[in-house]
Design a protein around this ligand. Structure first.
Ligand code: PGA
Length: 211
């Protein structure tokens, strides 16, 4: 059985109280866990208390950040660097369309973020929106999440996502997941596609039952 990455992207949502409530409500049958890596990418402010609760409740969940500073520790006001993130999280989302478009991040800055993540042993989940996108050489996990499918209720087809995953893997990427209007109804189409290794739900991850 292939390994599946089920990656929640909470985006800019939830207070600490709400995040802990989510964790307390989250249940998963151990039979469903075989070969699955469940990752929640949450705001920096939520990560410390989430880590504590995950440990206390022995939940099968890993944490991811939604950003990492392109700089190391030092005089970078507002930057949250890889060394700080590694205290709480093992993964980080880099290159999401919302960062590219709303925060103006380009390939150059995204590559620096990947370098910083790898330096501190944080696995980047590098998001691309189309075929033949720039992917830094050290990246192993790519999320294909096309802009037209994000938050629109209009996902890409599993066939097309699978085709793009295949193309991306020919360039030495180990795992490709799909994001964009994934729900409990359509998730199996993606997880069963031969070249896809999981999903990246946004909206559908905010409710623990749906997730
Ligand atoms: P969505 O977000 O599931 O809400 O469409 C997915 C994403 O941002 O990758």
């Amino acid at each position: 059985m292939k390994k599946l990455f089920i990656v929640a992207n909470w985006k800019s949502n939830k207070t600490t109280f709400e995040a802990i409530q989510w964790l307390k409500k989250f249940t998963v049958a151990s039979s469903q866990l075989t070969d699955k890596e469940i990752i929640i990418c949450a705001s920096f402010t939520l990560l410390p208390d989430m880590k504590k609760t995950i440990t206390e409740l022995k939940l099968p969940i890993k944490l991811g950040a939604q950003d990492v500073s392109p700089y190391d520790e030092g005089a970078y006001t507002g930057g949250v660097n890889g060394k700080q993130i590694k205290e709480f999280a093992d993964y980080v989302l880099i290159g999401h369309i919302e960062r590219r478009e709303k925060f103006g991040e380009d390939d150059g800055v995204l590559e620096k973020k990947v370098t910083m993540a790898i330096k501190y042993d944080i696995t980047p989940i590098f998001c691309i929106q189309k075929e033949n996108s720039f992917i830094p050489a050290t990246v192993k996990i790519v999320a294909y999440d096309p802009a037209f499918a994000i938050g629109t209720g209009k996902p890409d087809t599993a066939e097309n996502a699978n085709k793009i995953a295949h193309q991306v893997k020919t360039n030495g990427i180990d795992f490709v997941i799909y994001g964009g209007s994934v729900t409990s109804e359509n998730v199996n189409n993606y997880t069963q596609a031969s070249h896809l290794d999981g999903v990246l739900p946004g909206k559908a991850s905010l409710d623990p039952a749906e997730f």
